[in-house]
Design a protein. Structure first.
Length: 108
C-alpha cells in the first residue's frame, strides 16, 4: 500500500481506505455488526471457531480461498488467499477490514 504523504499528515492509503468505507458503507456496517454480535472470548475455542467460520464465509464471498489451520487449545487459524488482476481492486480493503475486525472481535 502507498503510504506516501503529499503535503498533508494524512497518508494516501488512509484516504483510500476512507473513500472505500464511504462507498461501501452498507457492506462495512453490516459486516462489522455481524462480527461484533458473535461472542468470541479468546479463551473459548468453540466461540472463536464459530466467529472464524463466519469470517471464512465472508472471505470466500469476496473471492478468497480459505484454508482452516486446526488448533487444539485455541481457535483455529484461517489463511485466505486472493488472486490478482483488475477484478479484485476492492479486495485488499475488504480483506484488510475483515482481518482488522476479526482481530478486534476476538481480542477485544
Amino acid at each position: 500500500m502507498d503510504t506516501v504523504t503529499h503535503g498533508s499528515s494524512e497518508s494516501t492509503s488512509t484516504r483510500d481506505l476512507l473513500r472505500f468505507c464511504q462507498v461501501e458503507q452498507e457492506w462495512v456496517l453490516e459486516t462489522t455488526m455481524a462480527l461484533a454480535r458473535l461472542e468470541s472470548p479468546t479463551t473459548d475455542k468453540t466461540a472463536v471457531d464459530r466467529c472464524g467460520e463466519e469470517l471464512a464465509l465472508r472471505l470466500t464471498a469476496i473471492g478468497g480461498t480459505v484454508t482452516r489451520l486446526p488448533k487444539l487449545a485455541v481457535g483455529d487459524h484461517l489463511r485466505a488467499e486472493f488472486g490478482s488482476g483488475a477484478s479484485v481492486d476492492a479486495l485488499p480493503w475488504r480483506a484488510a477490514l475483515l482481518a482488522g475486525l476479526i482481530a478486534e472481535t476476538v481480542a477485544g
